[in-house]
Ligand binder design. Structure first.
Ligand code: HAM
Length: 432
């Protein structure tokens, strides 16, 4: 049996990178005062049809949906914004706080063609700020995104930004777009022709080379928004300028999900190849109302964690002392390996292990009686422990234990009852 296509296992050795990444992200989210939310992986299919949009690629082609035993239409979430808004409404968070600043981590599912940086089960970290429309909040989430990337050492990235305008702008633009497409309808692929009738904006997501060439002749959304939306976008831009956040205006940027309005953005990395979007987001001021709540402004973004890891691999972040990854990995791993030479002393080992663990020390031993002293030391080295406790025949006889600092090579004998205290002291010393 093998893992399903487009899914993968994260094994020890690799998983530490993910733990490090999540740890760093949590720290940055905390700096901005965001709180974590966890929503279910399965949701009603209708939630995504209504929010992401019936005619989007995600809903049309990429959903993992099924009928459950009660004949309910369920799907594995393809993204989390809709779920967060659903949870926000269900818990009536609006009554509890003026503004909800939320973050999340988790797996998402899209039945796309797998390739580098594109998986069927992938992971996102995202933030959503729900409850107001204010240019300060757009600037806040974009600033947070830039901080995340710089903080992770992904210094080479590009933030592209556009405004999709308000509902009226969208309707006007869709009319113009439809008229323009109609004029050269036969040059577009079958999918696009269908999109022209169902949801013309989605033509702009088409990857077909012929269609893309035709698109260059179509009107551009970012250039046809109303003065109010233009003014709002410019206020956001001024705040980004004041915060020293670098971005590029891209009037062609449209997002593949229907809920967006006003300012949208995408961040790409030159290190990633074809799937170069590290993350994306924007404002979605109509979604709260569309899902049954009182109208409330909202904005957010999500980052693809697989792609962040790829970009960090490319940047050599893991070996860079500034990243602190080596320290993180050491701290997340074992502190001590207990080596037992000779036969006997099994009860002493058991007692030492439980005393150490009770004192918060991560410790392990090889219980194999055939394992030689040399083999056990090799194992300790491989595990990258900071200290080795050695219980030889002398130590057993003398009620002592030897403690070896693996970094300095220093070894000393201590009374056995001081084992846990001595380790904790040594672990907090700079030589460890
Ligand atoms: P999205 O653009 O669909 O937006 O996805 C955000 C990020 O998730 C992408 O930029 C990419 O890094 C990653 N991603 C998407 N699909 C895949 C895949 N098949 N394999 C690997 N990574 C992938 C959203 O999901 C919105 N909910 C973002 C948002 C939050 N907007 C407002 N708030």
């Amino acid at each position: 049996m093998k893992a399903l296509k487009g899914t993968y296992d994260l094994l020890p050795g690799e998983v530490e990178k993910w733990q490090y990444l999540e740890d760093r992200l949590r720290r940055i989210f905390r700096l901005y005062g965001y709180s974590e939310i966890r929503t279910p992986i399965i949701e009603e299919l209708a939630l995504f049809k209504r929010s992401v949009g019936e005619s989007t690629d995600i809903v049309q082609k990429e959903m993992y949906s099924f009928s459950d035993r009660g004949e309910r239409e369920i799907c594995l979430r393809p993204e989390a914004t809709a779920s967060v808004v659903r949870a926000y409404l269900e818990a009536n968070l609006a009554a509890k706080e003026k503004l909800s600043r939320l973050f999340y981590f988790g797996p998402m599912f899209r039945a796309e063609k797998p390739q580098k940086g594109r998986n069927r089960q992938f992971h996102q970290a995202g933030v959503e700020v729900i409850g107001a429309k204010s240019e300060f909040l757009d600037a806040e989430v974009i600033g947070l995104l830039a901080d995340v990337l710089t903080g992770l050492g992904i210094v080479k990235h590009r933030i592209k930004l556009n405004s999709l305008g308000c509902r009226d702008d969208r309707e006007k633009y869709c009319r113009e777009l439809r008229a323009a497409v109609e004029q050269r309808r036969d040059r577009f692929c079958e999918d696009c022709r269908r999109r022209a009738d169902a949801n013309v904006l989605r033509i702009l997501d088409c990857k077909n080379g012929e269609c893309r060439r035709e698109m260059e002749k179509l009107p551009v959304i970012g250039e046809s928004i109303c003065p109010g939306c233009r003014d709002y976008r410019d206020k956001v831009l001024r705040l980004l300028d004041a915060g020293g956040i670098r971005y590029e205006l891209d009037p062609l940027l449209v997002r593949g999900l229907d809920y967006y309005t006003s300012v949208v953005f995408e961040v790409t990395s030159p290190d990633l190849g074809a799937q170069d979007a590290l993350g994306a987001g924007g404002r979605y001021d109509n979604l709260v109302e569309e899902l049954g709540g009182t109208a409330a402004g909202a904005a957010g973004f999500a980052l693809g964690l697989e792609r962040l890891i790829l970009a960090m691999d490319e940047r050599g972040v893991w070996n860079d002392p500034i990243s602190g990854f080596e320290r993180f990995r050491k701290d997340a791993g074992l502190d001590v390996f207990l080596v037992k030479a000779g036969t006997g002393g099994g009860e002493i080992v058991s007692k030492l292990l439980s005393e150490a663990r009770a004192a918060g020390i991560a410790i392990q031993t090889d219980f194999d009686p055939q394992s030689s002293f040399k083999a056990q030391m090799r194992q300790a080295n491989k595990l990258g422990v900071k200290l080795v406790g050695i219980l030889g025949e002398d130590e057993i006889r003398e009620d002592t234990i030897s403690l070896k600092n693996m970094a300095s090579g220093e070894q000393r004998k201590i009374p056995r009852r001081e084992f846990a205290a001595a380790i904790n002291k040594e672990l907090s010393s700079p030589t460890c």
